[in-house]
Ligand binder design. Structure first.
Ligand SMILES: *Cc1c(COP(=O)(O)O)cnc(C)c1O
Length: 296
């Protein structure tokens, strides 16, 4: 299994005619390049959990996710790299054909425990699982430790003063970390990929414990909700790739890049803005699209 390579993280300037026209500079922080399976922000969210599990002498790491969960994927890969046994509690009945993500999980040695949606909601650990040795990571890595790990992403851009830091959010854990570590002059712009997720602000401030640290949440680019998409989105992702050679995923980063460009068009950002866009990875999810939808 390939090691995680943080040296691969680069900041890539993007040259879109629209940006030039509006006098906006935009850079993408390529967290997608650290590892083929453990994409972007997920490793940062896991790092302190893994450390704690080790300190506590735990042998097994248990966490929760859906059949396409980047969090399960990252957890399985990180466990393999660090010598833990991973257990994934998966939402829904076992499918007759495993999704590419589920097959990868099995290959990486994760024990999958399928639970009904109803049971899953309660986040109970099925009785068949031996809990004694387990270190438990909350669903999606939503936790203070996850936030603290995500805050270390700032180490890759701290010496530059960006006017806006733009990122995609599911649970908001990564956003909370970047808010905590943001320089006073930077605004953190959070693109929610869930439909009208009104809890996001609360979820973020519950983690930071500071209600004055308020992110700006953008709800307009969820494309109908989590893992929903349109041909407008996939066409944009192809165009974005042609112009920048940056691949994106249709669940998170495609929506983020689309949203940032659309806001540029609408003069949301003042001229002279200097944006940092976080590429949080997640490219594996594109395998659920019909072949040929994307050119990369
Ligand atoms: C999980 C994920 C996110 C969302 O991270 P949160 O910390 O849950 O908000 C963003 N982008 C990608 C690619 C992800 O896999």
């Amino acid at each position: 299994m390939q090691e995680i390579d943080l040296k691969n993280i680069v900041t890539q300037k993007i040259n879109f005619p629209l940006l030039l026209e509006k006098n906006i500079e935009a850079n993408v922080l390529r967290l997608d390049t650290i590892h083929p399976e453990i994409s972007g922000n997920k490793w940062f969210k896991l790092r302190y959990h893994l450390e704690e599990a080790s300190e506590l002498g735990k042998k097994t790491i248990l966490t929760f996710g859906g059949a396409w969960s980047n969090h399960l994927l990252a957890t399985a890969a990180a466990c393999q790299l660090n010598g833990f046994k991973p257990i994934g509690i998966v939402r829904g009945e076992k499918p007759t054909v495993l999704s590419p993500v589920l097959s990868s999980l099995v290959k990486m040695g994760m024990e999958l425990v399928f639970t009904s949606r109803e049971e899953y909601r309660k986040k109970q650990i099925p009785e068949s699982v031996e809990k004694k040795d387990c270190y438990i990571i909350p669903e999606g890595g939503y936790s203070k430790k996850g936030m603290e790990g995500a805050a270390t992403i700032a180490g890759f851009y701290k010496n530059k003063n960006y006017s806006h830091i733009c990122l995609a959010a599911g649970t908001g854990t990564t956003a909370a970390g970047l808010l905590l570590s943001a320089l006073p002059g930077s605004r953190v712009l959070v693109f929610s990929v869930l439909k009208n997720n009104e809890d996001l602000v609360k979820n973020i401030s519950d983690l930071t414990g500071d209600r004055n640290l308020s992110p700006e949440i953008i709800h307009e680019y969820s494309f109908g909700g989590y893992a929903k998409y349109t041909t407008e989105l996939t066409r944009f992702m192809n165009r974005f790739y042609e112009q920048t050679l940056i691949p994106s995923d249709f669940v998170y980063t495609g929506k983020l890049f689309f949203g940032v460009m659309d806001l540029c068009r609408k003069d949301y950002f003042p001229a002279g803005s200097n944006l940092l866009i976080i590429h949080s990875g997640g490219l594996k999810g594109n395998e659920s699209l019909t072949k040929g939808t994307l050119i990369f």
